[in-house]
Design a binder for this molecule. Structure first.
Ligand SMILES: Cc1cc2nc3c(=O)[nH]c(=O)nc-3n(C[C@H](O)[C@H](O)[C@H](O)COP(=O)(O)O)c2cc1C
Length: 392
């Protein structure tokens, strides 16, 4: 994508539009969509509008510094790149482009178990801080081997995703008959022809596969693979085994209840990612911002809390910090960038978010993330998100 066109993207919605323009619709829908009626998907972002920011006047903000640490890992801004599967679906540069752009922006990058570039290839391509996200397979030997490989490749923390015991009902993908790797069926041909940049990129690239799994574990589709391999019976007892195998910093991803947060802390997790998988799993689960304060209370300083999902503006990041999050994490923002323009598109997405955070810190009257506290935020008594559609 020409750079001048990326430069004309002034927010993530602009990048989303460019992603839609370039990517095959079945791939764009996989990126953009959620479960069932997509109520949670929409609410994740819109719920931020129910909070307002009480900025402080005359603070002297000529030296704003957005740097912080998350689980001891330094980052230039309190935003983490959430794990996302199969990035080469969107652009052949895939996970490597995202990991490099995250490192350039000073952000922590999380690699998915189901990445389309191997954990070793990503580690070799990017020197920035990296964490590894795990889906738990029935085969403990396979899990153990993945943990060993992740440790050897330098992934500094383990993220256990727990909101995915089975795959959510993503009707856009069903309607599109999406398979991973995608198959261009007769019904997809016209759309392939009208999205030539994606199609040429796809046809010229090596076949997309789950690169952390060996070649002899082929999957006809994500749904088939997950149905066959995912350990839906995994529970808190198994967590003890898992954390014993890893014995490094660990986070649990996919918690929305205070009692689960309490249990996660007791189990030994160092970080809690409040998440509903970006609205892709259980529809009508709450927006992370609405449960954040209760989970921060439950964690009681014994684990760092990260808000995952729906973040599209600098003010969203700062609202999460005001309610006690250490950082936020996001996936679609960089995936829109990737689908729009590969590495340059991801860089633009991160630039938009990091610039916004620093500008909004100045406008709010804080110089460092540590200065953010509950005095800066107020929940509206009549939620704005119910009165008007402030976000698409
Ligand atoms: C295309 C796509 C693929 C994803 N794949 C994974 C995954 O492999 N593992 C995981 O834990 N979360 C996965 N997620 C969820 C993200 O990590 C994150 O929780 C969610 O997207 C946050 O919402 P946001 O996209 O609004 O930022 C995926 C999300 C998207 C959009």
């Amino acid at each position: 994508m020409p750079t001048h066109r990326l430069a004309r993207c002034h927010n993530l919605e602009d990048l989303r539009r460019e992603a839609r323009r370039r990517a095959h619709p079945m791939v764009f829908d996989y990126l953009d969509g959620g479960a069932d009626d997509e109520v949670t998907l929409r609410r994740n972002s819109r719920a931020f509008a129910d909070y307002e920011l009480l900025f402080r006047a005359l603070v002297g903000v000529d030296a704003v510094d957005s740097a912080t640490t998350v689980l001891g890992t330094p980052c230039a801004v309190p935003i983490i790149a959430s794990p996302s599967a199969g990035n080469r679906l969107f652009h052949t540069e895939g996970e490597i482009a995202v990991a490099r752009a995250a490192a350039e922006a000073g952000m922590i990058y999380c690699l998915s178990t189901l990445s389309s570039a191997s954990m070793e290839a990503v580690a070799a391509a990017s020197q920035g801080p990296k964490w590894f996200q795990l889906y738990v397979w029935k085969d403990r030997g396979l899990v153990r081997e993945m943990l060993q490989r992740a440790r050897a490749a330098g992934y500094g923390a383990l993220i256990l995703t727990v909101d995915f015991p089975v795959t959510g009902n993503r009707e856009r993908d069903l309607r599109n008959q999406l398979l991973i790797p995608p198959k261009i069926r007769p019904r997809h041909v016209w759309q392939a022809l009208t999205h030539p940049r994606w199609t040429l990129d796809y046809l010229r690239s090596p076949a997309i596969r789950y690169a952390n799994l060996s070649e002899d574990q082929p999957a006809a589709s994500l749904a088939d693979f997950v149905a066959a391999q995912l350990h839906a019976g995994f529970d808190w007892h198994d967590v003890e085994w898992l954390l014993g195998e890893w014995s490094g910093p660990s986070l649990i991803k996919g918690v929305v209840r205070a009692d689960d947060a309490t249990r996660a802390v007791a189990a030994g997790f160092n970080g809690i990612m409040i998440s509903n998988h970006g609205g892709r799993q259980l529809d009508h689960s709450p927006a992370p911002i609405d449960v954040l304060a209760s989970i921060v209370d439950a964690a009681a300083g014994r684990a760092e809390v990260i808000l995952d999902g729906g973040v599209r503006r600098g003010t969203d990041v700062l609202k999460a910090l005001a309610l006690g999050a250490r950082a936020v994490s996001a996936a679609r923002p960089y995936l829109y960038g990737l689908a729009a323009g590969g590495h340059a598109g991801v860089r633009r997405a991160f630039e938009l978010l990091t610039t916004a955070v620093r500008r909004d810190m100045a406008l709010l009257g804080i110089r460092t993330p540590a200065e953010m506290d509950a005095s800066f935020i107020r929940r509206l008594s009549a939620p704005a998100s119910l009165q008007q559609d402030t976000r698409t």
